[in-house]
Design a protein around this ligand. Structure first.
Ligand SMILES: [Zn+2]
Length: 90
């Protein structure tokens, strides 16, 4: 008998989904929802890049007030192309 939890084997390959990184600092950004419209933002560089619509579940638990807040939060952020540089293996 063992209490060790076996994670489903596919979790091994479940490296974090990759939505691009901030072209300035390489951070993965923070998810910001404006209704179903989803953005990644880097607060340090005041940039945002679009993920798409309803890409990551969970946005619908937020309130309209929160979306409004998010909208204004990133309204002044610069829209950029995220960096999709692959990690180069040696
Ligand atoms: Zn950045």
């Amino acid at each position: 008998m063992s209490n060790v939890i076996d994670f489903p084997s596919d979790s091994e390959n479940a490296s974090a989904p990759f939505y691009g990184t901030c072209p300035r600092c390489g951070c993965e950004g923070e998810l910001v929802n404006i209704g179903p419209d989803q953005w990644m933002v880097c607060d340090a560089h005041r940039v945002k890049w679009p993920l798409g619509r309803d890409v990551i579940p969970g946005w619908d638990v937020e309130t309209e007030q929160q979306w409004q807040h998010n909208h204004w939060r990133i309204a002044g952020y610069k829209k950029v192309k995220p960096c999709f540089e692959e990690r180069v293996g040696h």
